[in-house]
Design a protein around this ligand. Structure first.
Ligand SMILES: Cc1cc2nc3c(=O)[nH]c(=O)nc-3n(C[C@H](O)[C@H](O)[C@H](O)COP(=O)(O)OP(=O)(O)OC[C@H]3O[C@@H](n4cnc5c(N)ncnc54)[C@H](O)[C@@H]3O)c2cc1C
Length: 461
């Protein structure tokens, strides 16, 4: 093992988000020489913009809070939220290795400050990390382990050897174009294509109406590179933005509120509900795009307002109120006036909803719980009342290259593309139709680690 010249490494990892960094650290700590190649001027990608939640089960945090979880329930939830369109072998790999990843993070000093129940979960499974610190810390460890970090290096081509094995990449910088060899393997960890307008036009044109978001480098480069070599693809039909971000959300300041998982309903500008609000926020994202102006208001009362969780992404109503994004009024009529919707319609919608909560009628959209069917529904009746206007944010694509349980890329015929690995948002098959909070950072890190371990074993053999 070791470098043979300045452009030859045991492994080349493409993209310095969570997937690439975990792959790179794992490989470097296994004694491999590793180049981590990042197209932009900084590490992080979408990972650095994320909420920082990792989905784990059987953890100390769950134990401490008395959360009863199991691998079976975790699997069931992932299959249900994914509409049973997931590749179950990848889910089984996640369940088999998530404890290893959790303890690896802990051994690196990562702390999980809060445990939350969120999208797609029937028990609290979202472990909150200080994600930017985690990424910085991993970068430091990679460099300390002797890794080479190349920022402002864009991979533009994968290089195959005579036997068809992927053995290198072409990188371009503002000054030059050159080849980096990765004799043990190349890991695609280049993220999704939430900013890849050309790919969105092909696979999900309706999502172009969402607010563009995600890492600036997330234009689908890795997907195209693998596609060119015949890689298979999965979940391309299920791309959806995430509901709900204030219409003024932009790259500088990102916000997302999930008051609906605490008891809010969502109404359109006609004052009408349009979805079972307990569903995955990806499903809500697709439904919201179909509404007039692509706008939905999260409407709730003081009981939900009291559940605000200061400092916790998705749940911090107080912070959003402080910056003027949450509207407040003493009555529903007044609230309707403030947000510019028909008062009688809003009143009627809330009354119908409250009747369903009281068991006097079936809910119009089959809502039976706060989040993924769990949690008792609450009537909206105790003023003051609140409304948060929100749209669909095109954060992530969650579909792409097919991989096996060692993160090796599988081609359209089901064969391994030797030498090529993929991890994270560039891959498909894991989530299926929708996504459970925490499983994207989780799967990125986990399959990044598996890719690195497989390369290390290959180099050693
Ligand atoms: C607002 C928001 C909140 C989220 N919250 C959560 C959450 O709490 N929990 C969760 O599990 N998921 C969450 N997600 C999703 C999750 O953050 C991403 O799916 C995940 O971070 C993707 O990680 P990655 O390493 O695969 O890609 P990224 O982190 O996007 O990293 C990919 C990197 O590859 C680089 N790159 C791209 N092309 C090239 C190229 N040609 N050459 C070199 N480098 C290249 C990019 O510049 C980028 O730095 C959230 C996403 C967003 C946007």
């Amino acid at each position: 093992m070791g470098t043979t010249d300045s452009s030859t490494y045991d492994a080349v990892v493409i993209g310095a988000g969570i997937s690439g960094l975990v792959a790179a650290v794992t490989a470097a700590e296994a004694g491999l020489s590793v180049a981590l190649v990042e197209k932009t001027g900084a590490i992080g990608g979408s990972s650095a913009m994320s909420g920082g939640f990792f989905a784990f089960s059987g953890t100390e945090e769950q134990q401490r809070e008395g959360v009863r979880d199991s691998a079976e329930l975790f699997l069931q939830d992932m299959l249900e939220v994914g509409g049973y369109a997931n590749d179950e072998s990848l889910l089984q790999a996640y369940l088999a290795h998530q404890a290893d990843l959790y303890f690896w993070f802990k051994s690196k000093g990562v702390e999980f400050s809060t445990l939350e129940i969120s999208s797609g979960q029937s028990v609290a499974r979202s472990h909150l990390s200080a994600i930017r610190d985690v990424l910085r810390h991993l970068t430091k460890q990679f460099l300390e382990a002797g890794g080479t970090l190349l920022v402002n290096h864009c991979v533009t081509e994968l290089v195959r050897g005579d036997a068809g094995r992927v053995e290198g990449v072409v990188v371009t910088t503002p000054d030059e174009t050159r080849v980096l060899n990765g004799i043990g393997g190349i890991v695609l960890a280049s993220g999704g294509f939430s900013r890849g307008v050309d790919l969105l036009k092909i696979f999900a044109p309706e999502q172009l109406a969402g607010i563009p978001y995600g890492g600036l480098g997330n234009t689908g480069d890795g997907l195209k590179l693998a596609w060119k070599l015949g890689a298979g693809m999965a979940d391309m039909a299920y791309i959806s933005g995430t509901y709900g971000s204030h219409p003024e959300t932009g790259p500088e300041f990102h916000e997302l509120l999930t008051a609906y998982y605490m008891g809010a309903i969502i109404v359109n500008i006609n004052g009408e509900r349009f979805v079972d609000e307990s569903k995955s926020y990806k499903t809500l994202g697709s439904e919201c795009l179909k509404q007039p102006e692509g706008l939905g208001f999260e409407v709730f009362d003081s009981v939900v307002r009291a559940k605000s969780h200061p400092g916790v992404p998705l749940n911090d109503i107080g912070m959003l109120e402080d910056i003027g994004h949450v509207h407040k009024a003493d009555s529903l009529d007044e609230l309707a006036m403030v947000i510019g919707i028909n008062a009688a319609r809003l009143q009627g919608t809330v009354e119908r909803y409250n009747e369903a909560v009281a068991g006097k009628r079936a809910d119009d959209f089959g809502r039976t719980g706060l989040c993924n069917g769990a949690g008792e529904l609450l009537p909206i009746q105790t003023g003051p009342f609140y409304a948060y206007p929100a749209k669909t944010l095109m954060t992530t694509t969650y579909c792409g290259i097919t991989i096996d349980t060692d993160a090796r890329v599988i081609d359209v015929s089901g064969d391994v593309i030797e030498g090529l690995y993929a991890a994270g948002e560039v891959t498909g098959g894991f989530h299926g139709k929708a996504y459970m909070t925490g499983t994207s950072l989780g799967k990125g890190a986990l399959f990044g680690r598996l890719a690195a371990k497989h390369i290390a074993a290959t180099v050693a053999s």
